[in-house]
Design a protein around this ligand. Structure first.
Ligand code: ARG
Length: 587
C-alpha cells in the first residue's frame, strides 16, 4: 500500500508532467508533507512555489493550473491554494476508512519493507573493561537498540555489535592497581566497584607519577605480549565486567549479535600499519606512524588539518606511537576491515557520544583514503545533564552507574503504582513498576533530539502527564481496558466504517501516517520522530476517548469506534516496541 504522501506525490507528478514544459527540471519530483496545521488540510505541497520561477509564472497561478490537471477526486476533496501558493489536500473519508481497514488487518500496520535492503552493522553500548557501565553509556545503549529494532522491522539485515573496550593502557593500569593496591574484602563484596576504584586511583598517579606511569605501561606490554599471568587477570576482569553489563542488558531487553572486544583486533594491527606504510597512506613522522591529509578535501572539511593562527596545520591520525604501541584509532581501522571484508556490512553506524566526533571524522577520512567501500556514519549525541544543567552526577558527586539508575527508576515507578493502581496484586504491581520504570528511562532518552544535551529529571520522566512513558503506557492501557470491559479481546469488527466526528477523523489520519513515520527514523537516525508521533497519537486517542463513547454507541458508529480503538492499541504497542518499551496490559 502506498502511503498517502507517496500517493499524493505520484498524482502531483503526473499532473506536473502534463504541463509539458522544458522548463521543469529533469527528474523533478514534487514534495508533499503532512500539514502542520490540520485546519487547512491534511497534506500540503510547495510544488507550485518551487517551479513557478523557472516557468515564469506566479506561484498561485501555477498552483491553480496544477490543480486543474490533477486527477485526484478518488482520494481527496478539491485541493485548495493557500498563502503564497501552497496546495492543500483534504483526504476523503472513504479513503481514510478503507486505509483503516487495511491497517487493522495487516500485521505491519501499514509500514512497507524497504525497497533497498542493506546489511547494517550498529556499533553501540561498547562499555570498557573494569569499569561499570555508567549513565554516559545509557544513550548509546538505548539509541543503538532502537535503531536495531527499526532497521530489522524495515527489512534490513542488522548486526548489533558490542565493541568492548578491553585492551590498551587502561587494562595495564588496573593490573598494576590489582598487584599493588587491591582491597580483597571490598573486592569480594563488589568486584566491579573495587576494579573501578583501582582504575581511578592508578589513573590519577599515572598522570603525575613517572614511576607508576612506567610500571603501568610495562603491565600493558606484558599483557599484550601474551604473559600468562596477565592474561589470566585480564580474563577475570573481563568476565566480572561483562557479567555486570549482562545484568543490565537483560533488564533492558537488549541482545547483541556480536561482542568482540578491541583485543580481538590486536593481531591485525601490526600488519595493518605495514600495509598503510607500503600503500603510502601513512608515513613515519618523529618516530611515530601517522596518516596525514592528502589534500584531496577542502581544508575546512578535512579532519586531518586544523586552522591555527590563520594557517592550516596538520592533525595527523597516529596509527603507531613512538613506543611502538597502537592506538584506539588503529583498532578502529582494523575493525572496519573486519566488518567490511568478513561480515560484508554495507553500512556501519557508530552510536557514540559527540566528544569522539574528531576521532570518527579522522577514521572515516582514513577509510576514504583507503577506498573502503562502505557507508560509515557517526550517530553522535550530547550529554545527560542534572537539574543544575551540569553533567548528571549522584548526590555524592560521582558518575552514577547505570544499574543503580535503573533500579531507582523502578523503585520510583513502584511508588506511583502503589498510589494509583489499587486493583493489582503485589506481583502485578512489581511487573508494572518494572515496565514503567525501565520504559521511563528509555522514553526520556528516545523522545529527545539525539544531538542535544538533555536534563535527566526523575519527576518529569515518571509523570503521568506530558510526553512521557507513563502517559504513553496509560494510553495503551486505556485501549486495552475497553476490550476488557467488552469481555472480548478481539470482537468481530466489520469493514463498514463511518468516520464522522472530528475526533474520529483526527485519530484516523494519525493511524494512516504510521507507515510514513517509521521509515523516516532511519533516514536521519532519529528515534524522537517516532516518540513525537506516538505522543500525538496518544493525545488524539485521549480526546477521542473523551468525546466519542465506544461501548454505549450502536451500529456502524460502534463498529467504527471499536475499529479505531483496536488499531490505535496495535499501533501504540508496536511503536513502543520499536522504542524497546513493552507496556503492561493494565495498571
Ligand atoms: N569503549 C568506547 C568508550 O566507552 C566506545 C567505543 C565506540 N566504538 C568504537 N568503534 N570506537 O568510549
Amino acid at each position: 500500500m502506498l502511503t498517502l504522501t507517496q500517493l499524493l506525490t505520484e498524482r502531483l507528478n503526473e499532473a506536473i508532467q502534463k504541463i509539458q514544459s522544458s522548463k521543469i527540471p529533469e527528474g523533478y519530483s514534487a514534495s508533499v508533507t503532512a500539514a502542520a496545521d490540520t485546519r487547512f488540510g491534511d497534506y500540503q505541497s510547495n510544488a507550485a512555489m518551487a517551479l513557478a520561477k523557472g516557468l515564469g509564472t506566479a506561484p498561485r497561478e501555477l498552483a491553480a493550473n496544477i490543480i486543474e490537471l490533477l486527477e485526484i477526486e478518488d482520494i481527496c476533496k478539491e485541493p485548495e491554494i493557500a498563502g503564497p501558493g501552497f496546495i492543500n489536500f483534504r483526504i476523503n473519508e472513504n479513503e481514510i476508512e478503507s486505509r483503516i481497514n487495511e491497517i487493522r488487518k495487516c500485521s505491519r500496520l501499514g509500514v512497507e519493507n524497504t525497497t533497498d535492503p542493506e546489511k547494517i552493522l550498529i556499533d553501540f553500548s561498547s562499555p570498557n573493561i573494569a569499569k561499570p557501565m555508567h549513565i554516559g553509556h545509557i544513550r548509546s545503549t538505548i539509541i543503538g537498540d532502537c535503531l536495531v529494532r527499526v532497521g530489522r522491522f524495515l527489512g534490513h539485515e542488522v548486526i548489533a555489535d558490542n565493541h568492548i573496550g578491553d585492551w590498551g593502557t587502561p587494562i595495564g593500569q588496573v593490573i598494576y592497581g590489582w598487584k599493588n593496591h587491591l582491597n580483597e574484602e571490598d573486592f569480594s563484596k563488589d568486584p566491579i566497584r573495587e576494579l573501578l576504584r583501582l582504575y581511578q586511583m592508578v589513573k590519577e598517579q599515572f598522570d603525575s607519577d613517572e614511576k607508576v606511569n612506567k610500571a603501568c605501561l610495562e603491565e600493558t606490554v606484558r599483557l599484550q605480549s601474551g604473559n600468562e599471568e596477565s592474561l589470566a587477570l585480564w580474563n577475570r576482569f573481563k568476565e566480572i565486567t561483562m557479567a555486570g553489563s549482562q545484568k543490565i542488558y537483560d533488564r533492558l531487553g537488549i541482545v547483541f549479535d556480536i561482542t568482540l572486544g578491541e583485543s580481538f583486533y590486536d593481531s591485525k594491527l601490526g600488519p595493518l600499519v605495514d600495509e598503510l606504510l607500503s600503500n603510502k597512506i601513512a608515513q613515519e613522522s618523529d618516530g611515530a606512524v601517522c596518516v596525514f591529509s592528502n589534500n584531496e578535501l577542502e581544508p575546512k572539511n578535512d579532519p586531518l588539518v586544523v586552522k591555527r593562527d590563520g594557517e592550516w596545520m596538520p592533525v595527523p591520525c597516529i596509527v603507531r606511537k613512538k613506543d611502538g604501541g597502537f592506538n584506539y584509532a588503529t583498532t578502529d581501522i582494523a575493525t572496519i576491515d573486519h566488518r567490511v571484508n568478513e561480515i560484508e556490512a554495507d553500512t556501519i553506524l557508530y552510536v557514540v557520544d559527540d566528544r569522539q566526533s574528531l576521532h570518527f571524522r579522522q577514521l572515516f577520512e582514513v577509510a576514504r583514503q583507503r577506498k573502503i567501500n562502505a557507508n560509515l556514519k557517526h550517530i553522535s549525541f550530547g550529554k545527560i545533564l542534572g537539574d543544575d544543567k551540569k553533567p548528571f552526577k549522584t548526590r555524592e558527586g560521582s558518575v552514577p552507574d547505570l544499574g543503580s539508575v535503573l533500579q531507582e527508576a523502578v523503585d520510583r515507578a513502584r511508588k506511583v503504582v502503589d498510589e494509583k493502581s489499587h486493583n493489582l496484586s503485589e506481583e502485578e504491581k512489581d511487573n508494572v513498576a518494572e515496565k514503567i520504570g525501565i520504559g521511563a528511562v528509555k522514553y526520556a532518552e528516545l523522545s529527545q533530539a539525539r544531538v542535544s544535551d538533555y536534563v535527566f529529571s526523575w519527576d518529569k520522566m515518571l509523570s503521568l502527564q506530558g510526553n512521557t512513558a507513563p502517559y504513553m503506557i496509560n494510553a495503551y492501557v486505556r485501549t486495552r481496558s475497553i476490550f476488557r470491559k467488552l469481555g472480548d479481546d478481539s470482537p468481530e469488527i466489520t469493514d463498514k466504517l463511518s468516520i464522522s466526528e472530528d475526533a474520529e477523523r483526527t485519530i484516523s489520519m494519525k493511524l494512516c501516517q504510521y507507515g510514513e513515520i517509521v521509515p523516516e527514523i532511519l533516514s536521519d537516525h532519529r528515534p524522537n520522530i517516532l516518540a513525537t508521533y506516538l505522543y500525538e497519537l496518544a493525545q488524539s486517542f485521549h480526546s477521542f476517548y473523551e468525546q466519542c463513547p465506544v461501548l454505549s454507541a450502536e451500529g456502524i458508529t460502534r463498529n467504527t469506534r471499536l475499529a479505531l480503538c483496536q488499531t490505535t492499541s496495535a499501533v501504540l504497542k508496536h511503536g513502543l516496541g520499536l522504542l524497546g518499551i513493552f507496556p503492561p496490559e493494565k495498571m
